[in-house]
Design a protein around this ligand. Structure first.
Ligand code: FEO
Length: 183
């Protein structure tokens, strides 16, 4: 008896996402090592932690595929991108990376809707929200760097910024949690 509750296209696109999340973890690891060697210990700390988050995302997708009777496929990973030139480029590349990942998540949700696979659609909603958080987190980093002077930021303001970033929360505040008392 076939107990697989995933169609072949859904199983394939979910497995593509497993690899994407694993690739993302490698990218964050690589950028974290770069940031650390450039002296940005705070940024490195955030990126190392974020690499772990990407692995958690990967585990969620693996778990879901298996839970639905499919088979998660573990494949070779791509090499991380080359080192950024500076913090500005590092944050911009991370932002683009997150936007690309949001597109991939939307493709999963679109396909699940087309196939009326509401279980996968429902599972995908967790990632839709997560991507709002991820994009917001990096937008905040870019905003902070802009205030510090962007590519022309002084060493003193970069040092201050790096300190702040190293201590910040992993999750961004979202509009859906705002209130009059907590704007
Ligand atoms: Fe798994 Fe950064 O999204």
């Amino acid at each position: 008896m076939d107990t697989n509750r995933l169609s072949k296209p859904i199983e394939d696109i979910l497995n593509k996402q497993v690899k994407k999340e694993a690739d993302a973890a490698q990218t964050y690891l690589s950028y974290a090592a770069w940031a650390d060697s450039e002296g940005y210990a705070g940024v490195a700390n955030l990126l190392f932690r974020h690499s772990g988050e990407e692995r958690n995302h990967m585990m969620k997708v693996i778990g879901y595929i298996q839970e639905r009777g499919g088979r998660a496929r573990i494949t070779a990973l791509v090499a991380p991108p080359k080192d950024p030139k500076n913090l500005q480029e590092c944050f911009e590349k991370i932002f683009q990376h997150e936007v690309d990942n949001t597109t991939a998540i939307y493709e999963i949700v679109n396909l699940s809707q087309k196939e009326k696979d509401w279980a996968t659609w429902n599972f995908g909603q967790w990632f839709v929200k997560e991507q709002i958080e991820e994009e917001t987190l990096v937008m905040d980093l870019l905003d902070k760097l802009k205030i510090a002077g962007g590519p022309k930021a002084s060493n003193a303001s970069l040092l201050y910024l790096d300190n702040k970033i190293g201590k910040q929360e992993d999750d961004a505040d979202l509009a859906r949690d705002a209130s009059v008392d907590n704007p």
